[in-house]
Design a protein around this ligand. Structure first.
Ligand code: NAD
Ligand code: DAU
Length: 331
């Protein structure tokens, strides 16, 4: 099987490629990645001899057409992914998430190629803090930020290409991932690397916002289950019952790093900050038999801290620029 992985040099995509090389030796992987600030060939260094990396833009119709023509399936991770960046400058989000996904869809349509589109729970908007309700496949879309609005638009394009053109596609909407190779702009790696570089961790607002954490390898195992046995045209929600508020995550992280649990700063809150995300993953569990392997968040977090300690050469070149950006935004 030949597999085209867009965004395979980013956080989740690189972990997906590593797992694919390890666990599916019969699969020949090509990665298409624009190597933006969020992508790095270093993330693919451990599998460099086993995959082909094409440096290019998913909005480049000619290139995408050529690569899709020589593959059996596409797993589409490539996106602009950071909410704060989408608030500061949304244009790249429209280009990559909307036009880029359109370009991929047109190519898979022309060549009759199977597509799995990777999306986010943020398309559903947010949930109240004081009600146990969770997102399901039937929850109406209600995105809050330019990031989630462009991901919602990409999902809608996929759904309409399935219905109108019989494109063989599935969609997954996953909750917050953590694990190795995540860019230092994101919450967990930012705080870990702040401690490791002698900076104080930064909490937006009061830290009452809730995220539903899942280890990246569990997300990718679910993507493989859907790619192999998912029903065409369906949307699957991926989550691991990992709800925690940001203050709790911050304090856990500081304890695991032998710091005082109050050794952090409260900074300016995110505009339009979504309160709570929570996934009901019943369909994925009941129909495809998926269960998360990392059911202990604290040990997953400890392993992630150890990875950042051991891989400073991977994240160190990104750190100063990332913090300079946050400083400009008073965050
Ligand atoms: P990331 O920002 O770490 O990586 C994105 C990758 O896409 C990078 O390698 C980047 O270079 C590449 N890319 C960006 N624009 C491109 C373009 N125009 N052409 C080709 N490549 C381009 O993102 P991530 O966290 O790994 O997320 C991957 C996917 O999973 C995204 O679609 C995201 O919406 C989705 N998702 C992420 C999470 C999460 O918690 N991180 C949760 C649910 C869903
Ligand atoms: O839910 C899935 C989504 O999770 C993905 O679709 C996105 O691509 C991914 O970035 C993530 O979005 P969030 O906005 O939830 O993640 P982020 O890591 O930016 O922030 C997590 C929470 O932590 C959020 O409530 C904001 C807060 N935060 C973030 C940063 C960077 C802080 O309190 N301090 C920080 O320094």
């Amino acid at each position: 099987m030949r597999l085209l992985v867009t965004g395979g040099a980013g956080f989740i995509g690189a972990n997906f490629v590593h797992a694919t090389v390890r666990e599916h030796p019969d699969v020949r992987v090509t990665v298409l990645d624009a190597l933006t600030y969020a992508g790095s060939s270093e993330s693919l260094a451990p599998v460099a001899d086993d995959v082909r990396l094409v440096h290019g833009d998913i909005g480049d119709g000619e290139l995408v057409e050529k690569l899709v023509a020589e593959t059996d399936a596409v797993v589409h991770f490539a996106a602009e992914t950071h909410v704060d960046n989408s608030l500061a400058d949304p244009e790249a989000f429209v280009h990559t998430n909307v036009v880029g996904t359109f370009t991929v869809l047109e190519a898979v349509r022309r060549h009759g190629i199977r597509l799995h589109h990777v999306s986010t729970d943020e398309v559903y908007g947010d949930l109240p803090l004081d009600d146990p309700i969770r997102f399901t496949e039937a929850t109406p879309y209600n995105p809050s930020s330019p990031y989630s609005a462009t991901k919602a638009a990409s999902d809608m394009l996929v759904r309409s290409w399935v219905r109108s053109f019989c494109v063989r596609a599935t969609i997954s909407n996953c909750s917050n991932n953590y694990g190795p190779y995540q860019h230092v702009e994101k919450f967990i790696p930012r705080q870990i690397t702040n401690v490791l570089t002698g900076r104080r961790p930064k909490l937006y607002g009061l830290g009452t916002n809730v995220r539903d954490w899942i280890h990246v390898t569990d997300h990718n195992r679910a993507v493989w289950r859907i790619l192999a046995d998912g029903e065409l045209g369906r949307t699957y929600l991926i989550g691991a019952d990992g709800e925690r508020d940001n203050l709790t995550v911050m304090r856990t992280l500081l304890r695991l790093m032998d710091r005082d649990p109050d050794d952090f700063d409260h900074v300016t809150d995110r505009a339009g900050h979504d309160l709570r995300y929570a996934i009901d993953p019943s369909a994925l569990r009941d129909e495809l038999g998926w269960t998360p392997q990392h059911d202990d968040f604290e040990s997953g977090l400890a392993a992630t801290i150890a990875w950042y300690r051991d891989n400073e050469s991977w994240w160190r070149p990104l750190k100063d620029a990332s913090e300079a950006m946050y400083e400009e935004r008073n965050q």
